[in-house]
Design a protein around this ligand. Structure first.
Ligand SMILES: Nc1ncnc2c1ncn2[C@@H]1O[C@H](COP(=O)(O)OP(=O)(O)OP(=O)(O)O)[C@@H](O)[C@H]1O
Ligand SMILES: [Mg+2]
Length: 292
């Protein structure tokens, strides 16, 4: 079965190489865990490989989103209305939009041959649009059903689980209706890895079952450590990181990695702000591209 790489370094290795086409994946996490970062990285991975991206936003305007992306090191602007398109639902009637306008839009693209990735970030306002659980279920179901026609859909939901709860009550519906769910957690304590990911479900996929720490790297996005377990960092501190980056860049060039991969590594070298060695993150990134 064909797998579509999410482009989130390390994650694809945990889910048999990627997600299945025409599925909806939910990213659940509280504020600041990185949901938008995951969503943009997923979208940009497609765009960098000749696909198109559709960004469905609620509160934020396209301009705000692209500005935020720029601060994280992504250039969405130069793809704007060429390969990245926005639907801004602020102030719109969700029900009408989801039941009438979206299906029309998807239909209009149906003879289009370019693969499209869809992001709904955040999906929470759709859930809150109505108190009625049945109507919520219908709206979310319809939203997924319609957009999955285009390709893989990644929807983010804000989660506020209580301590000890695996999943917050407010996100149960999208979690039931999605084909895959990834939960993000953030522990506001010091240390190198204080953000972890868990794969709550991934239909038709053998997936990793641990808690996987991840970090942010400007221009690269999220890098997930593919082995679960303790949160101590491998690799020696106080080594010369520049030398490590230079070696990685040299290796990438030597094995003729695509230019954009080399460019990413150079960006990473310039923006690495952690006190610990980038070796492990570099390894995950190399692995993502099938490089050794
Ligand atoms: N490339 C990066 N480099 C460093 N830090 C980053 C990077 N990308 C994201 N972050 C940090 O992660 C935080 C959360 O990112 P993001 O906006 O993706 O979270 P979110 O879950 O979408 O939050 P919200 O629920 O508020 O929308 C940011 O505030 C920022 O501090
Ligand atoms: Mg966000």
């Amino acid at each position: 079965m064909e797998r579509i790489k999410t482009g989130i370094y390390g994650l694809d290795q945990l889910i048999e190489g990627g997600v299945r086409d025409n599925t909806a994946i939910v990213i659940a996490g509280s504020s600041g865990t990185g949901k938008t970062t995951f969503a943009i990285q997923f979208l940009m991975h497609g765009v960098e490989n000749g696909e198109q991206g559709l960004y469905v936003s609620m509160e934020e305007s396209p301009e705000q989103i692209m500005k935020e992306a720029e601060q994280m090191g992504w250039d969405m602007k130069s793809h704007y209305e060429k390969s990245i398109f926005f639907i801004h639902l602020k102030g719109k009637n969700f029900k009408k939009m989801i039941e009438e306008q979206l299906p029309q839009l998807v239909k209009a693209r149906s003879d289009y041959d370019i693969r499209t990735r869809v992001v709904i970030d955040p999906m929470t306002p759709v859930i809150w649009a109505t108190e009625d659980k049945l109507q919520q279920r219908e709206l979310i179901g319809k939203l997924f059903y319609t957009l999955k026609e285009l390709g893989v859909v990644m929807a983010t939901v804000e989660e506020h689980s209580k301590p000890g709860e695996l999943i917050g009550a407010d996100v149960l519906l999208p979690i039931y209706l999605a084909d895959g769910v990834i939960g993000l957690d953030y522990y506001p304590i010091g240390g190198a890895f204080n953000r972890t990911l868990k794969i709550i479900k991934m239909r038709g996929t053998h997936h990793g079952e641990g808690l996987y720490p991840y970090i942010f790297v400007r221009g690269i996005g999220v890098v997930v450590r593919t082995s679960p377990g303790d949160t101590t960092v491998k690799g020696e501190p106080n080594k010369d990181f520049n030398a490590i980056f230079d070696e990685a860049i040299k290796t990438a060039e030597f094995i003729k990695a695509p230019a954009y991969v080399v460019a990413k590594l150079k960006n990473m070298k310039a923006s690495w702000s952690y006190e610990y060695s980038p070796e492990e993150a570099l390894q995950v990134i190399f692995d993502s591209y099938g490089l050794k």
